[in-house]
Write a protein that binds this ligand. Structure first.
Ligand code: AMP
Length: 134
């Protein structure tokens, strides 16, 4: 059965999309730790990030770099933190989390409650930054 993230890639489940190319996809985490918290995934459905083949693993970092640059320009933060958990969804993904302090990437923190309009506005802002870089 397709993972929930494959369904997002295929447009069967809605998401706040940030970017896509032939091999990767980025979208806002639905339960964000911070405004702009984004997931970057390979289109290839593999459960665990470090089980990806070497080329896909190398490529996801380069794809995430572009996305992280756009998040950093759009959301006030010191750094974009990177985390790999994969405890919930069995489709490899990297979390990109805008950070002011190290505490901002504690996954035990309560998640932000943002409206659909706020999520859409954040995604739009990040997408606009990405377009300017192209
Ligand atoms: P983990 O597998 O532990 O890295 O956690 C999975 C992450 O995916 C969590 O942060 C969830 O909030 C996020 N998530 C789960 N379903 C969706 C969805 N439909 N859209 C966006 N993010 C999701």
């Amino acid at each position: 059965m397709a993972s929930i993230f494959t369904k997002i890639i295929n447009g069967e489940i809605p998401c706040y999309k940030i970017a896509e190319d032939d091999n990767y996809f980025a979208f806002l985490d639905i339960n964000p730790l911070a405004k702009g918290h984004t997931l970057v995934i390979p289109k290839k459905e593999v459960d665990y990030l470090f089980d990806l083949d070497d080329n896909t693993l190398k490529g996801i970092i380069v794809f995430a770099k572009k996305v992280a640059g756009a998040i950093q320009k759009s959301m006030p933060c010191q750094r974009i933190g990177v985390a790999v958990l994969g405890l919930e969804v069995p489709h490899a993904h990297m979390h990109l989390v805008p950070l002011q302090t190290e505490a901002d990437i504690n996954f035990s923190n309560p998640k932000l409650k943002l409206s659909g309009e706020e999520m859409a506005a954040i995604a739009e802002k990040i997408r606009t930054e990405l377009k300017q870089k192209q």
